[in-house]
Design a protein around this ligand. Structure first.
Ligand code: SAM
Ligand code: SF4
Length: 306
């Protein structure tokens, strides 16, 4: 191990998103629009030892940033045990988790104590009725309680992810910024993407990053780019308004950032996708469970990345 392979765009392996479950307790229309899904069978999910083993192999190949995600990652029982293991891997200098926040009120302290430093919480609207129509569940209060618990638990940074959809929440942008700033959270606006479950995606519903900035400049003063300090591969470009407010904008629809991107993802059943948009994944679980050694798995990953 110890090699740092580069792909055809000369990108190193830098970050890995690890999905710990495909399940979710919400049904956001842009992600999981159907009422019922056929979930992965329990035995196909990687267990925590298998996830940790793969994570260590990826770290040996140059990955230094891990993000735990889902589905909804807090549905996975005992998640803080995995957090503690991943946080202890030498070479991991950034460990974060993305959650819909519905279970954060119960989980925040445990996650923080286990070594999780950064959190991203998704919240698309400040209006409970809108959240219910978007997600089919009446869980707005739970997310707000979760955010408050997370603030109390003392994470180093908490980002608030908002997918902007025209005609749904684009009249709330300034309110969301004020809501986030008042709690010490960094707001991040994400362009609505045509991915996976976004079955009703329409180009006209996308509000571009440029329009988001224009609208917010009217409230908070002219926007200056702060760039991606310390991390050119970060998905969000950060902007500072005239009054000092800082936000992030992820323009993955109008300005995809492929040449700077270093994110790959591992699904809950151990498939490795080299891009968030990739259609085909590589079956690492098959290798792992077929008895391959760490060196063999590492060599296979490096060869595929190249
Ligand atoms: N369940 C967790 C959550 O919602 O935060 C983690 C998984 S979720 C797939 C990760 C992020 O992807 C969320 O912030 C969500 O809003 C975003 N997302 C999902 N579908 C999207 C889409 N069609 N366009 C833009 N962002 C999307
Ligand atoms: Fe669940 Fe997150 Fe997808 Fe919403 S965006 S359905 S919370 S996985």
């Amino acid at each position: 191990m110890g090699v740092n392979p580069r792909d055809r765009l000369d990108r190193p392996l830098g970050a890995l998103r690890i999905s710990v479950t495909d399940r979710c307790n919400l049904r956001c229309s842009y992600c999981m629009p159907e009422a019922a899904y056929r979930w992965l069978p329990a035995e196909s999910l990687l267990d925590f030892d298998e996830i940790a083993r793969l994570a260590k192999i990826f770290v040996g190949l140059g990955v230094s940033k891990l993000r735990i995600t889902g589905g909804e990652p807090l549905l996975r029982p005992g998640l803080s045990r995995l957090v503690a293991t991943l946080a202890s891997i030498s070479g991991v200098n950034d460990l974060a988790l993305t959650t819909n926040g519905t279970r954060l009120a119960q989980a925040s302290w445990e996650l923080r104590s286990a070594g999780l430093r950064r959190l991203t919480v998704s919240l698309d609207t400040l209006r409970p009725d809108r959240m219910k129509s978007l997600t089919r569940h009446d869980r707005h209060d739970a997310v707000i309680a979760g955010l408050d618990a997370a603030v109390g638990a003392g994470f180093e940074s908490i980002k608030l992810n908002t997918v902007v959809i025209r005609g749904f929440n684009d009249d709330e942008l300034a309110d969301i910024v004020r809501f986030a700033v008042a709690r010490g959270l960094e707001p991040r606006f994400i362009e609505y993407m045509d991915v996976g479950g976004a079955t009703n995606w329409r180009e006209r519903d996308v509000v571009s990053g440029r329009e988001i900035l224009q609208r917010l400049s009217g409230e908070f003063g002219g926007a200056e780019p702060v760039g991606r300090p310390g991390d050119p591969a970060a998905p969000a470009e950060r902007w500072r308004f005239g009054d000092g407010t800082v936000i992030g904008v992820i323009t993955s629809t109008t300005a995809p950032f492929c040449s700077d991107c270093d994110r790959a993802r591992l699904t809950a059943d151990g498939r490795w996708y080299r891009c968030l948009y990739a259609q085909e994944g590589f079956d690492l679980a098959g290798l792992l469970r077929g008895g391959a050694s760490d060196e063999e798995i590492s060599g296979t990953i490096a060869a595929h990345w190249r």
